[in-house]
Design a protein around this ligand. Structure first.
Ligand SMILES: Nc1ncnc2c1ncn2[C@@H]1O[C@H](COP(=O)(O)OP(=O)(O)OP(=O)(O)O)[C@@H](O)[C@H]1O
Ligand SMILES: [Mg+2]
Length: 316
């Protein structure tokens, strides 16, 4: 198979079961994940907290061993140093010796990758520029803000000019401007022909940049494809905001499959568009006062909840 058509990352029947305590308690964190990330893709790995994203990524990096299944990275094995060298990784909670400066820490990683001194220097300066830290080059990391440390982590992942970049929550800890900058960096990596596999649980952060996404819920991939397609395939919903929703009305709405959320004095009701008229009637009859009726696209959070409910239902 040619290099171009070899998937950048393949999970086959990937599973991880953690044993806790004396092995009496088990956590089945990843339950049979099949996934292929193609070269040159920006691939989003989406899922709520505890879904198994970090666990899968650690397995891809060879940091923890799968209980079952197999992994191919850039057509090879992560245990192969020649493969490992071509992969950049941002851990979920990067740890840096904070008495070093930004330059020094990146220099340290550059040495691990055996980059020659001169090339290292040049690379570090251009990376600091890329992540917006050129001004803080010689500042010790203990004086860095959370967002600045996240940028150091991203620069670190890119130090050896990797072909595949695995980023665990690259947008966490950043303000809106920082998130936009990091999204731009991710897009620029694709322009350079690299593959990016990154995790997040926030829809807005990925909507505009991912070629494809896999949605993982409770250790299982429940959907794979272009995000727009996923969200479009869901029916449009409606959001109703009402005050003084009686218990009886609540039950009627829930029987229509509505999600109810109390926000201050108001109740936010979300349900499928086709039930709008019935829901409004129930609210009127129950003496509630309706303040808003808005169409809304199904959010990722709702998809998570729905998929989790279905996954739970399938398990019995
Ligand atoms: N070392 C461990 N020992 C035991 N259980 C673990 C371990 N690491 C993760 N888990 C459990 O595995 C499940 C998946 O965790 P994981 O960190 O992979 O989720 P995640 O999708 O990255 O979540 P988040 O969005 O919060 O980062 C969770 O139930 C977690 O408690
Ligand atoms: Mg995680």
């Amino acid at each position: 198979m040619s290099e171009a058509s070899t998937p950048a990352l393949v999970f086959k029947g990937l599973e991880k079961e953690f044993k806790l305590g004396l092995g009496l308690t088990r956590v089945h964190a990843v339950r049979g994940v099949d996934l292929e990330v193609q070269p040159g893709e920006i691939f989003g790995y989406l899922g709520p907290n505890g879904a198994g994203k970090t666990t899968s990524m650690k397995m891809a990096m060879g940091l923890i061993q799968p209980t079952a299944g197999s992994i191919r990275v850039l057509g090879g094995d992560i245990a192969d140093p020649a493969i490992r060298r071509r992969i950049g990784y941002l851990p979920e909670h990067p740890f840096f010796y904070d008495y070093l400066t930004a330059f020094e820490i990146l220099d340290f990683y550059g040495q691990l990758y055996e980059l020659p001194r001169k090339a290292r220097r040049k690379r570090i300066d251009s990376l600091l520029e890329l992540v917006g830290l050129a001004h803080a080059r010689d500042r010790t990391l203990r004086r860095f803000s959370k967002g600045m440390l996240q940028r150091v982590g991203i620069a670190q992942a890119l130090i050896a000019d990797p072909d595949l970049v695995i980023l665990d929550e690259p947008l966490s800890g950043l303000d809106p401007m920082g998130r936009r900058e990091v999204r731009n960096i991710i897009v620029s990596l694709r322009e350079q022909g690299k593959t990016v596999f990154f995790s997040t649980h926030i829809l807005n952060d990925i909507e505009t940049i991912c070629d494809r996404v896999a949605m993982i819920v409770e250790g299982q991939v429940v959907r794979v494809g272009p995000l727009a397609e996923m969200l479009r395939s869901e029916s449009m919903g409606v959001e109703i905001v009402a005050h003084e929703v009686a218990d009886g009305t609540r039950e009627r709405l829930e029987s229509l499959g509505a999600g109810l959320e109390v926000v201050g004095l108001a109740t936010r009701i979300r349900l499928a568009g086709e039930h709008q008229a019935t829901a409004l009637q129930a609210l009127m009859e129950g003496g509630a006062s309706v303040t808003h009726v808005n169409p809304h696209r199904v959010s990722l959070e709702e998809l998570f909840v729905r998929e989790a409910a279905e996954a739970g239902g399938a398990d019995g």
